[in-house]
Ligand binder design. Structure first.
Ligand code: PLP
Length: 496
């Protein structure tokens, strides 16, 4: 049976999985969601006998029903190969009483690799299936990690071109270096004088600009998105939730059917939404704990039912979570409204016009799986230090927000359910902050010297991605104002 996708804002926009992957965003501005929820077809015992790729096929084939087995398996094997530094792909580490799901063993040492290693293959396969011959232009706004992971995924993939916008002063120096040294003739990287939300808004505006897209079409281009609004990103992320459960079962840490919690360091709400989908398809999940940093708009939302982006944007040491408009929340809003596109459109319109919306009591009741929490910079740093002092294990600043939120949650509720802390970046990506949090004296200025120090402290190898930066030349140096984003794209595509 074919699973269809429809827009969160208009029921009549109904497409196949491959069309949804290809379009990214629905023409009405909504996001594509599955029309019905599939169900896991195998027992946990059967799933726990599979390796990551086999499990990826098992889960993704439930959602991407118009891809043939051969097509999907080809995408999976091109994505989850030795670009990852462990054959487990997403290993889980027991540290004290907690479990850390390490999603940072891919090419750019952050969790975005989990989905962005496969998206280019899903996208080019989807184009072929739908007889699209135009060149696919990936337009992406990044708060740091998406950009590099997307660049790495799409570099030199035939039939694609990728343009990445990042906040010039809103990413770490390693993140910036990773992007501006990206090779590949089809890659473009631009810093903007603004924050991540400015970048994301600018990109969305281009997607929704029909005059621009028509002009592109004439020149043989179509837009698509590598942002986490694309279901081609969301679906691969469901896999590792199932995989982590199956791994814990296999190691006799949990029994079949036992519920576990997930704590997810959250920004754009894509990662935690994938956990919600994993629960919907039948994975035994208890609470989904949404961890925010000082940009605690989601925490306030879960507390009050009111989403209010009208507040100061705070730059933190967990920059990939510095977001005031969490795009993927729209999908959750749609589901908790009872799949009501009119209601969703109304709330999203209020968000655009006033920056605020409030959900009904009934919708709030449907949020019962979720718990919000947030951690200040100080608490985040304390979590890094505590985990290190207790166990020698080193976590990055994003994972530390989750660890801190979990500690508070467990203390306040007494919930003893086994809990997985989703680890979204390697500590090597944020060496400076991590070393400082641990209390290292005399931290060297140089990124690579910092990595060497971290290696000594943590006893882990320096990832290839960090080593390579040492010598990579800067090849991208464009910086522009927010209102010049479109003209830059027009220049790149020569469609002025
Ligand atoms: C992107 C990112 C997040 C936030 O994930 P969302 O899916 O946007 O909520 C958290 N941590 C790191 C390291 C990231 O790169």
């Amino acid at each position: 049976m074919k699973l269809m996708y429809r827009s969160t804002r208009d029921k009549s926009n109904r497409v196949t999985a491959s069309q949804a992957v290809l379009q990214g965003l629905s023409p009405d501005g909504g996001l594509y969601v599955p029309e019905t929820m599939p169900a896991l077809a195998r027992s946990i015992k059967e799933l726990s006998a599979m390796d990551y790729r086999e499990l990826a096929y098992e889960v993704m084939s439930l959602f991407l029903t118009d891809f043939t087995e051969e097509e999907l398996k080809a995408c999976i094997s091109k994505a989850y190969d030795d670009k990852f530094d462990t054959p487990e792909i997403a290993p889980i580490r027991k540290v004290g009483d907690s479990y850390y799901l390490e999603l940072y063993h891919g090419a750019t040492i952050a969790f975005k690799d989990m989905a962005l290693s496969i998206l280019p293959h899903l996208l080019t396969t989807a184009a072929r299936k739908n007889k699209v011959e135009d060149e696919i232009v990936i337009l992406t706004a990044t708060s740091g990690d998406t950009g590099k992971a997307a660049l790495a995924g799409f570099a030199d993939v035939e039939g694609t071109r990728i343009i990445v916008f990042y906040p010039k002063n809103g990413v770490s120096s390693v993140q910036e270096k990773q992007m501006v040294t990206q090779r590949g003739a089809n890659t473009h990287v631009i810093g903007i004088r603004g924050n991540f939300d400015d970048a994301q808004t600018g990109v969305k505006r281009m997607f929704n600009n029909t005059e621009l897209t028509e002009r592109m079409k004439k020149a043989g281009y179509i837009f698509s998105s590598a942002n986490s609004i694309n279901i081609g990103r969301l679906v691969p992320q469901i896999v590792y939730y199932v995989y982590s459960y199956a791994s814990l079962y296999k190691r006799n840490e949990i029994s079949e059917g036992e519920k576990i919690n997930f704590v997810v360091p959250t920004g754009n709400f894509g990662n935690i939404l994938a956990a919600y989908y994993a629960k919907q398809i039948g994975l035994p999940v208890g609470k989904l704990i949404c961890a925010s940093n000082e940009n605690r708009v989601l925490y306030d939302f879960f507390e009050s039912g009111r989403y209010d982006k009208n507040r100061e944007f705070i730059i933190t040491e967990s920059p990939s979570m510095d977001i005031l408009v969490s795009s993927n929340l729209e999908r959750l809003i749609y589901h908790i409204s009872g799949d009501d596109p009119a209601k969703t459109a109304e709330l999203m319109k209020a968000l655009t016009n006033k920056g605020v919306y409030e959900i009904s009591e009934t919708m709030r009741k449907n949020l019962k799986d979720f718990v919000g929490g947030w951690a200040s910079g100080e608490k985040m740093r304390r979590a890094i230090r505590d985990v290190y002092e207790e166990s020698g294990y080193v976590i990055d600043t994003h994972t530390a927000v989750a660890a801190s939120v979990y500690k508070d949650y467990a203390g306040e509720t007494g919930d003893g359910t086994k809990t997985v802390i989703v680890s979204t970046a390697s500590p090597y990506k944020f060496s400076n902050s991590v070393l400082a949090a641990i209390g290292t004296p005399d931290i060297p200025e140089d990124d690579y010297e910092q990595a060497r120090l971290l290696k000594e402290i943590s006893g882990t190898e320096i990832p290839k991605a960090v080593g390579e930066l040492q010598t990579a030349p800067v090849v991208h140096n464009t910086v522009c104002d927010v209102d010049k984003m479109q003209s830059i794209v027009e220049e790149i595509l020569k469609i002025i």
